[in-house]
Structure formats: structure tokens, C-alpha cells
Design a protein around this ligand. Structure first.
Ligand SMILES: *Cc1c(COP(=O)(O)O)cnc(C)c1O
Length: 445
């Protein structure tokens, strides 16, 4: 493959943008390829190389790179009528109604412009509504580039995870290990009266994909109820991706107080949202006293793209298609790994998948989860599969990133930049793509 144009563009980009990119995960080594255009399940780079894409914009592109006709028409008409107004439009009412109709815990939504903005607003809302300051987050979880959640460590020793965040934020944010009921029980025993919210992804989807063990979400729900804290599900990745139109909370049968959305609900455009019951969401201004605002919020082009994308998904069996292909991929990978790398774990659910290069092989594989780690206690891999973000970090992440991913890219299959980021099947992927992908894995592993 020739990469001359990408190389030259990166050379220019390094002088104009820090690290040559607009978001750090894109700075893959030795230099990223620059995208020329999308084409269904594929992307074409600046040198004309074509890749089968499983990054899918890191989650938003449920339908693939081509907008189906109704989505394209709605986007073009919203753009040509005038890009935005700073006044309400019908389309945002329709998207809000659509979300409230399908997501069990949501009565009302406040629209914003990204996942980060959604989690910032949800945390402020939870604090304002409860009159408390502390939040609990999961180690290895991701809630965007925001001060209150860029905190790492343990309940007893915590600090900002990046420069630029004052240490005082870590006073109010308590990270606990995912899937560890005892750890969060202890935190509530000490700080129960001060905790405004527990903020978690329903599955850790930014750290290799970790499913909840049985009963974990129920424990979170009970602890929050007992202590008057809000349970906030960050469904920025899982929303309208895992669990179909009911989202991950529908799949797991757990009702959070607040939910954050972004990625899929914008149909490829920058949209975010905070949803929940009116009683809580109306704490936002102008009905309530928690200030939140945005010039671009409810942007008509993003609203049109989001609404038509979700309607298209609902009317065209999109979830059946992407979930079936996701399952085939995970089952195929499970067979391949049993043969070639029995220590590695296949993770994911619905249309999300990943291989985690865990280091220990179970003594036997008979009866292991067939379509991605489901945290089944009777699975022979149960003791070895990742339960926490830390477990994923301890896997062979360098091998995954420096050797395996480039080998897949050379074979025309584009995976996400590192072992932590989830991979996505879109409606544009086909059975033949899945087969070609499994051949590439067999070759590269
Ligand atoms: C991507 C992501 C965010 C941040 O969303 P942006 O649109 O990138 O700001 C927040 N939470 C989760 C779970 C995410 O996956």
C-alpha cells in the first residue's frame, strides 16, 4: 500500500495542529492515514487505499458511511433551509419524542452537542437536583473530556488523570472498580450522605468492553435508592446500539434516573442529550435552577440526521442485521482463538466486538461463552476474563496496538486505534465482509 499523500498531509498537520490531530486517539503510529471518503462499510484514504472499517467513527455510524436516502434528504433539506436559528424547531420535538417513546426511563430530554457536554450537564443536574457534590465513577470508564470525570485512583487515593484538572475535582469524584459490589458498598457506607450520583457506562465500552456481572447494576440501583443518590447511565456508546431502541437499560432491565446519549442519536453529526423523568430533568433552566445552555443545541441538521437514522433503524430491521453479523464475528473469533491463542478473550455484545489479549489460558475451553464474554459464572474462562478496567489494562495492549492492528490494516481491515476502544458493525457490513474479516484475523493472529 502506498501512503505518500497521508504522510505529506501529516507532515503539514504537525505544524498546524498539536500532534497533527483534532482528537488524540487519531494519532496512530507512525502517522495516521487521512480519509478521503466513506463508502458503505469501507473508508478510502488519501492515497486511494480502501479498508473495511470497524471504527465507524468510533460509534456513531450505525448505518455505515452512506446515508440512506431518507437520511440524506432530511439532512440536505435542513441544511438548505438555513443551518440554524437559535429558536426551537419542530424536528427537535420529534427527536425528543422518539427517544422518550423508546427508552423506558426517559420522559424528557435536553439536547446538547456532544457526549462530553451530555455528561458535564448530567453531573451538574445530579448535583443541583440532590444538593450534593460527590459522584462515583468506574475505574477505566470514560465520560468524555471533562473535569469531574478525569479522575483516577481508588476511593482512598485519587487524583486527576490529566494535567490541567485542579486536585479539588478529585475530592468530589470517587473512582471504584467496575463489577465490585463490595467496593461501592464501602464508599456508600462512608460517603452515603454526600453522593449526588453514580455515573457508569452500562457496559465498559471504552476499555476493551466489559459486561456487568450478574446483579451488579441491581446493586448500584439499590445503593442509590437507599442513599438518595441518582443512578446515571452513560449510554453515549450503548444508546440505540446495544439493546436496540430500548438501549442497554432495556436489555439489562435496570432503570437509571438519568441517561446520557450522543454518538448514534446524531446519525453522524454532533448531537448529545441528557434524558430522564420530568421531575429531575425540569431542574434544568428555564424550569429549574440548574443552568445549562448552548448556541448550537438542538441544531436542525443534527436533529434531522438523528431522527431519520433512528426511524430508518426501526423500520428496516437494522438491529437484527448488525446484531446477527456481530454474533457471527464473535463466534468466528471464539473458534479462531481457541485454536491459535486460547489465552485471548472475545468480548462484546449486539453489534460491538473486540478481542482482548488476556494472558492466561483457562485449563479447558469446553462450554465457554460462544458469542462474547457474558460473565457467566459457569464459563471455564470466568476466572480469567476481564471484570474491571484494570484487568483490560493488564492484557497485552502493546502487542495488540503495535503488531496486531497494523497487521490487520495491511490486510485491509481497519480496527480501532488501540485495545481499549470498541469496534462496531454497521448496517452496511455484509456476510461476505464478516467472512473476509475472519480470514484476516486468522492470518494476522
Ligand atoms: C464517546 C464517549 C463520550 C464522549 O463523547 P464525545 O462526543 O466524544 O464528547 C462520553 N461517554 C462515553 C461512554 C463515550 O463513549
Amino acid at each position: 500500500m502506498n501512503h505518500e499523500r497521508s504522510r505529506a498531509l501529516y507532515d503539514r498537520a504537525l505544524d498546524a495542529m498539536p500532534g497533527g490531530v483534532s482528537s488524540p486517539v487519531r494519532a496512530t503510529r507512525p502517522y495516521p492515514f487521512f480519509v478521503e471518503r466513506g463508502d458503505g462499510a469501507h473508508v478510502v484514504d488519501a492515497d486511494g487505499n480502501r479498508y473495511l472499517d470497524y471504527a465507524m467513527g468510533y460509534g456513531p455510524l450505525l448505518l455505515g458511511h452512506d446515508m440512506p436516502e431518507p437520511v440524506r434528504a432530511a439532512v440536505q433539506s435542513a441544511a438548505s433551509e438555513g443551518p440554524m436559528y437559535g429558536a426551537p424547531t419542530e424536528i427537535e420535538v420529534e427527536l425528543a419524542e422518539f427517544i422518550a417513546r423508546h427508552v423506558p426511563s426517559v420522559e424528557m430530554v435536553r439536547f446538547v452537542n456532544s457526549g462530553t457536554e451530555a455528561t458535564v450537564s448530567a453531573v451538574r443536574l445530579a448535583r443541583g437536583h440532590t444538593g450534593r457534590d460527590k459522584i462515583v465513577i468506574m475505574q477505566g470508564g470514560y465520560h468524555g473530556a471533562q473535569e469531574s470525570t478525569l479522575v483516577e485512583g481508588s476511593p482512598g487515593a485519587r487524583n486527576p488523570s490529566t494535567k490541567g484538572v485542579p486536585a479539588s475535582f478529585a475530592e468530589h469524584t470517587i473512582p471504584v472498580p467496575f463489577n465490585d459490589p463490595d467496593a461501592i458498598q464501602e464508599v456508600f457506607a462512608v460517603h452515603g450522605e454526600e453522593i449526588a450520583a453514580v455515573l457508569t457506562e452500562p457496559i465498559l465500552a471504552n476499555r476493551g468492553i466489559v459486561m456487568p456481572i450478574e446483579g451488579y447494576h441491581e446493586t448500584l440501583r439499590e445503593l442509590c435508592d437507599e442513599h438518595g443518590a441518582l443512578l446515571v447511565f452513560d449510554e453515549v456508546i450503548t444508546g440505540f446500539r446495544v439493546g436496540g431502541l430500548g438501549c442497554a437499560q432495556g436489555k439489562f432491565g435496570v432503570t437509571p434516573d438519568l441517561t446520557t446519549f450522543a454518538k448514534v442519536i446524531g446519525g453522524g453529526f454532533p448531537v448529545g442529550a441528557v434524558g430522564g423523568p420530568a421531575e429531575i430533568v425540569e431542574s434544568f433552566a428555564p424550569t429549574g435552577e440548574v443552568f445549562q445552555a448552548g448556541t448550537f443545541s438542538g441544531h436542525p441538521v443534527g436533529m434531522a440526521a438523528g431522527l431519520e437514522t433512528l426511524k430508518f433503524a426501526a423500520e428496516n430491521d437494522v438491529y437484527e442485521h448488525v446484531n446477527r453479523l456481530g454474533e457471527q464475528l464473535r463466534a468466528g473469533l471464539t473458534d479462531l482463538l481457541a485454536d491459535r491463542a486460547p489465552a485471548y478473550t472475545v468480548v462484546g455484545t449486539d453489534s460491538v466486538f473486540k478481542t482482548v489479549f488476556t494472558r492466561k489460558s483457562p485449563p479447558e475451553l469446553d462450554g465457554q461463552c460462544r458469542t462474547g464474554c457474558a460473565q457467566r459464572p459457569d464459563c471455564p474462562r470466568f476466572e480469567h476474563c476481564p471484570k474491571t478496567g484494570e484487568d483490560v489494562s493488564r492484557a497485552a495492549t502493546e502487542r495488540w496496538e503495535r503488531l496486531f492492528r497494523p497487521a490487520m490494516k495491511d490486510r485491509g481491515v481497519l480496527l480501532t486505534a488501540n485495545q481499549f476502544e470498541a469496534q462496531f458493525v454497521s448496517d452496511a457490513h455484509t456476510q461476505a465482509d464478516v467472512e473476509a474479516t475472519l480470514d484476516a484475523y486468522a492470518d494476522a493472529l
